[in-house]
Design a protein around this ligand. Structure first.
Ligand code: GDP
Ligand code: ZN
Length: 322
């Protein structure tokens, strides 16, 4: 029997898929799918599966085209992308309010915007803020870093209304992906959104001796009175992968100013007629913001160069047997 289903859990075993009417089963990838190109389903993927009552495991025959995906550079490879999740509507960037890391947040925002999905920044563990001033200043700073279209929320697991505000961002039929460093409170948020302990929090993971970075479980969890949320534990490095659109979307002010530069390929360095530098000098764009933009652009360009080199080598060498 051929069925359409969604990948709702990935762990060390076989992917777990769920059909529209809620039936769940474990699947393996059809050989044709993983041969050569090594296509593998990621969390959120829509797949066609062959479920045979007699067989103890179903088969993923086809991965349907992805509506959107979260992609980073594969940390273990020089020039390969790694898709972390597919087919979602919102990316929630979780970041602890009391230890804001601006560089990291900017990178997370570029990756989030690159997906084309809506972006919500959740400033977590707000109860640990030193005082009102830190709360206010950090929120304001983050609002300035995020784009006008992004939602910025201040949340704490001890403040129910703050969790409800996040829940409201994930209505029925909506899927959210939760990214952020380990320990920022993602699992705690997932549990609160689900209304039950579905995800082990860092504290628990540490005491059970498994170590907090070993979890590779990705699962899609039903949000009570809402849609779905995917936690992304164990995602540490966020290397950019073809992130031109993400950089432009995360830095709309710089992108807009750049249209007025005299040279179309202006690098906003020492070129004459650079409208971006002009905007910085006039105080319309903070200098640190331009620095961040240039740093991320440079990383992105270097990665693109590596990819071109790699694809040249690949085409020269022809198809290599494994
Ligand atoms: P994750 O690694 O991002 O999934 O983070 P966890 O949800 O496991 O949380 C890490 C630690 O922070 C745990 O000990 C949680 O109990 C704690 N924590 C999570 N959310 C909050 C919060 O809103 N306030 C405070 N004070 N602690 C929190
Ligand atoms: Zn310029």
């Amino acid at each position: 029997m051929r069925l359409k289903a969604r990948v709702v859990q990935l762990d060390r075993g076989f992917p777990l898929v769920r059909t529209e009417d809620g039936a769940q089963f474990r699947c393996k990838h059809a050989t044709a799918l993983v041969k050569g190109k090594k296509h593998r389903a990621v969390i959120g993927d829509e797949v066609m599966v062959e479920a045979d009552e007699a067989a103890d495991i179903a088969q993923i025959l086809e991965i349907l085209p992805r509506r959107c995906s979260l992609v980073r550079k594969d940390p273990a490879e020089r020039s390969l992308p790694q898709t972390l999740a597919a087919n979602f509507d919102v990316v929630v960037v979780a970041h602890p309010l009391f230890e804001l890391n601006i560089r990291r947040l900017e990178r997370e925002l570029v990756l989030a915007h690159e997906t084309g999905a809506r972006v919500v920044v959740a400033l977590t563990k707000a109860d640990l803020a030193q005082d009102e001033a830190q709360l206010r200043d950090t929120t304001e700073l983050v609002r300035a870093i995020a784009t006008n279209d992004d939602t910025v929320l201040v949340v704490s697991e001890f403040d129910a209304p703050s969790v409800e505000a996040l829940r409201a961002c994930i209505p029925a039929d909506c899927t959210a992906v939760l990214i952020g460093r380990s320990g920022v409170g993602k699992s705690s948020l997932v549990n609160l959104l689900a209304g039950s302990e579905v995800q082990q929090t860092t504290a628990v993971r540490e005491t059970d001796g498994k170590g907090r970075h070993t979890t590779v479980n990705r699962s899609m969890v039903a949000v009570r009175d809402g849609g779905w949320v995917v936690d992304m534990p164990g995602v540490r490095g966020l290397g950019l992968w073809n992130a031109d659109a993400g950089i432009a979307a995360a830095f709309p002010d710089i992108d807009k100013a750049a249209m007025e530069c005299r040279f179309r390929d202006c690098k906003h360095g020492a070129e004459p007629g650079c409208a971006v530098r002009e905007a910085v000098e006039a105080g319309r764009i903070p200098p640190q913001r331009l620095e961040s933009y240039l740093r991320l652009t440079e990383e992105n360009e270097q990665q693109k160069q590596r990819n071109e080199e790699a694809s040249r080598i690949r085409s020269r060498g022809g198809r290599r047997k494994r």
